[in-house]
Design a binder for this molecule. Structure first.
Ligand SMILES: NC(=O)c1ccc[n+]([C@@H]2O[C@H](COP(=O)([O-])OP(=O)(O)OC[C@H]3O[C@@H](n4cnc5c(N)ncnc54)[C@H](OP(=O)(O)O)[C@@H]3O)[C@@H](O)[C@H]2O)c1
Length: 295
């Protein structure tokens, strides 16, 4: 059942108990493997098997990991629209089964979710904000979050936003799509807290280590229009082929600006993750730039 195991320990004294990572082939899963490499033993498992009754419990009982990280999801809203049953399985039923098994065995769980559980009309969104998803993806992820927290109240459920950065997984991050010329136009009327994918695992593990449990928003500190983000990225790289600006299609939430102050309090006001990449924000306030929409 176990797909891959890699072990490493700098001391070499005792083999560390593993971290079970689900979704290890994905964008975030790949970043997690890289971030944790050399610090712990990571075991990847095909997540689909965990939706079968009893499978999660027997796998976890056999492995007894120190921690389970669930980065597995049907992450494309379009895929979820075409396969709602698959979305329900991957985004809600699988996390629920995992949470039930982890809780009964006393194993900590970190589960990932999305800002797309929010509606986009009443920003900024915090941990206590009401959720009104606009997509099957958002609804199934919300169901997953609620099921995980109900089955395992000590789990850490992390909602994040658009992942960017080079990760080289089979699916591309937003910046990888942009730079590969795969984005036709960038929305001037959709605001998100773009999040460096290579920063997120360390940030979440740091918050987990500091005792964070329950629901937590972890994302880039500032909300930017998709167009402003793209322009900033192309300027940073000295490229002039940024896609043209356009409007979001129906169903895409307008403003999913996140209030990440709980994360900031837990981590003692951490530096802005964009700084680590040397990226300069636009001159105006990042949260308001590009709000003057083209006519
Ligand atoms: N990408 C973003 O911009 C973004 C933004 C906000 C939140 N998030 C959240 O971050 C988490 C990770 O997203 P991601 O972008 O890394 O996703 P991803 O690149 O699509 O990777 C998803 C992973 O889940 C696995 N998976 C999908 N369906 C499965 C199923 N039915 N059974 C078992 N495994 C399955 C995939 O395996 P295969 O490779 O074998 O298909 C892959 O390893 C998700 O919770 C997502 O909601 C992502």
């Amino acid at each position: 059942m176990l797909r891959a195991a890699r072990a490493s320990s700098s001391s070499g004294a005792e083999p560390p108990r593993p971290i079970l990572l689900l979704g290890s082939s994905g964008r975030l899963g790949t970043a997690f493997r890289r971030a944790l490499e050399g610090t712990c033993r990571i075991v990847s498992s095909p997540g689909a098997s965990l939706s079968e009754p009893g499978c999660a419990a027997s796998l976890l009982g056999e492995l007894r990991p120190d921690l389970v990280v669930n980065a597995c999801a049907m992450s494309s809203p379009r895929d979820c629209l075409h396969d709602p049953a698959g979305a329900l399985l991957a985004n809600a039923l699988l996390p629920r089964g995992l949470a039930v098994a982890c809780s009964s065995l006393g194993i900590p769980l970190v589960h990932f979710s999305t800002d797309l559980v929010y509606g986009g009309a009443t920003p900024p969104y915090g941990e206590r904000s009401p959720c009104v998803p606009r997509s099957i993806y958002g609804w199934t992820k919300l169901l997953g979050d609620l099921s995980v927290l109900s089955a395992h109240p000590d789990a850490l459920v992390v909602r994040t936003s658009v992942l960017f950065g080079e990760v080289g997984a089979s699916r591309r991050t937003f910046s990888e799509e942009l730079l590969a010329g795969l984005v036709g136009s960038v929305h001037v009327d959709s605001w998100r807290n773009h999040t460096p994918v290579s920063w997120l695992p360390g940030a979440v593990m740091g918050a987990f280590g500091a005792g964070a449990r329950g629901l937590l928003l972890v994302a880039g500190l500032h909300s930017l229009a998709r167009s402003a983000f793209a322009e900033m990225l192309f300027a940073h790289l000295g490229r002039t082929d940024c896609p043209p600006a356009g409007y979001r299609p129906p169903g895409v939430p307008e403003d999913l600006s996140l209030d990440t102050s709980r994360f900031a309090r837990i981590m003692g006001d951490p530096p802005d993750p964009f700084q680590a990449f040397g990226i300069e924000y636009p001159q105006e306030s990042p949260s308001t730039s590009a709000r003057n929409l083209p006519v």
